[in-house]
Design a protein around this ligand. Sequence first.
Ligand SMILES: [Ca+2]
Ligand SMILES: [Ca+2]
Ligand SMILES: [Ca+2]
Length: 214
Amino acid sequence: MKKTLLLAGAATLFGVASAQAAVLYGPTPYLSQADSPFVGHTGWMLEDFEDGLLMDGVSSIGGMAIGPSWITDSVDGDDGAIDGFGTAGSSYFTPDGNGGAWFMFHGDILGFVPKSVGIVWTDGAGTITFEAFDTNGASLGVLTGNHADGSHLGETGDDRFYGVSNWDGIGSLHIRNSSGGIEVDHVQFSASVPAPSAAALLGLGAMFAGRRRR
Ligand SMILES: [Ca+2]
Ligand SMILES: [Ca+2]
Ligand SMILES: [Ca+2]
């Protein structure tokens, strides 16, 4: 009986979590798509800007794709070598880092409303702020980071992933930094929400074990 109640409690907790809570990811180091928490998930698609274009179904406000140059800061692996530099790749840039960049995800064109989206900050200055919104424009939460290395020569050690997942879907994301320009890369999305991490499940198990002892 006790066990049944505990299982019902766990199911309720997961049910509540899955129906309501958006989960934020990052900022975490990112040198290639292998560092994405969403890579390979159902419907996963990646825009790396290497062709200088933004894919159909995603639109942007605030900046433009830029090609290789001595100051380009693409995700490191896009040029075929994880070597500490993204200068031989392409990225997305706006000189107005404070205004930042918006990316909007159009479910009618993509064929599904993304449930996970992410982006990689690669260059800029000051405090970085990431915010995502559902399809009605309501905020799903904010992440901030302070990891800019102060150089603009394409170094990739300060590049970080920011993302969010939400069962009810995601409509857009905005990323900005408080001074200078801003450069981003690897806009990505999937149709699924990642399973809770092993760490989260262990925490949940510990919580119920604790409850049972009382
Ligand atoms: Ca590289
Ligand atoms: Ca790139
Ligand atoms: Ca960088």
